[in-house]
Design a protein around this ligand. Structure first.
Ligand code: 13P
Ligand code: SF4
Length: 311
């Protein structure tokens, strides 16, 4: 969008949000103009915490469906809106509640840890949810002698095995965007830019291999972790292995440093379904309300509350 087109629309969104008593939450992968109009921009964990703490009556979730659903489960008395109902997630779609029930039946007594990128029905079958921001701490909170089923992201699961030293049973799901960032992308960049730090999201297919580089300049981080790391690092140049929407936030909040995507193809079409126009329509026309069946929400809430509580 051109700057001239953004300004009146952004003003309209802010006015409607005030009128509606709404807070606008946006994920780090949202398009720049949506990030810029939001009250809070962050990763999955930060967004869940922000939703849990808000006084606003209405939450407009600029992200994908499972994120809005997570807020709706945490806050059954508030209205949660998502500007486009088709904003799904290929990773969340990689396991169903039925599949999880069958897996649990094969491993009675195992603790189920689900990544937050899952449906409400899967969360209802889960003991602990986690995000990339606290997955290690969640695994470490579970007694050593308990068997753990981890779903649905295999690359995050493999990375967790390495950093915790725990053996996990891992569901073979993946995010098509992060799985598409290949070890070759990383190698090409790291050899061409020996002065750059490498920031890698644990959903990447290359995350476990990156750790094996052991070069001291590779850091496996959630999207929020990337922003914090770049802010506090004395280094000037960073290669980023995640969805490219994070670059807007990095440029904005860490000015003067250099950030490059290791793969320009790493674009989540679901995240990009949310536009400023749809956000305006959502607030103006009260759509789309995200509601979770109360019985499912009741069973899913404990796992999400545990996630929000573990740092
Ligand atoms: P973060 O929680 O690190 O922002 O990741 C969310 C996500 O969907 C990654 O693809
Ligand atoms: Fe889902 Fe991948 Fe998009 Fe994140 S980037 S929302 S995991 S499809």
């Amino acid at each position: 969008m051109t700057t001239a087109a953004v300004k009146p629309l952004a003003d309209e969104v802010r006015a409607l949000a005030r009128e509606r008593g709404a807070v606008i939450l946006a994920h780090n992968y949202q398009v720049p103009e949506v990030q810029d109009v939001a009250d809070y921009v962050g990763d999955s964990l930060g967004l869940s915490r922000e939703a849990a703490a808000t006084d606003a009556r209405v939450i407009v979730f600029c992200g994908v469906h499972f994120m809005a659903e997570t807020a709706a489960i945490l806050l059954p008395d508030k209205t949660v809106l998502i500007p486009d109902l088709d904003a799904g997630c290929s990773l969340a779609a990689s396991i169903t509640a039925e599949q999880l029930r069958e897996w649990k039946a094969e491993h009675p007594g195992a603790v189920v840890v689900s990544y937050v990128n899952t449906s409400a029905e899967v969360k209802a079958e889960t003991d602990y949810c986690c995000t990339s921001g606290n997955a290690k701490a969640v695994i470490e909170a579970i007694p050593q002698d308990r068997e753990i089923l981890f779903c649905p992201d295999m690359f995050l699961g493999m990375w967790l095995e390495r950093v915790t030293g725990r053996k996990l049973r891992i569901w073979m799901g993946e995010c098509h965007v992060h799985a598409g960032i290949r070890p070759a992308d990383i190698e090409r960049w790291t050899s061409a830019t020996p002065d750059a730090e490498l920031l890698v999201h644990p959903e990447c297919g290359c995350a476990s291999q990156c750790m094996a580089f052991g070069n001291g300049r590779t850091h496996i981080l959630s999207t929020e972790g990337m922003v914090r790391f770049a802010q506090s690092s004395p280094k000037e140049r960073f290669l980023v292995a995640t969805e490219t929407g994070i670059l807007h936030r990095l440029h904005k909040e860490v000015p003067g440093k250099r950030f490059e995507a290791v793969s320009e193809r790493a674009i989540c079409k679901y995240m990009k379904l949310i536009t400023l126009e749809k956000l305006r329509d959502s607030l103006r026309d009260w759509k789309h309300v995200v509601a979770v069946e109360p019985a499912i929400a009741e069973r899913a809430r404990g796992a999400i509350e545990r996630m929000v509580a573990i740092a």
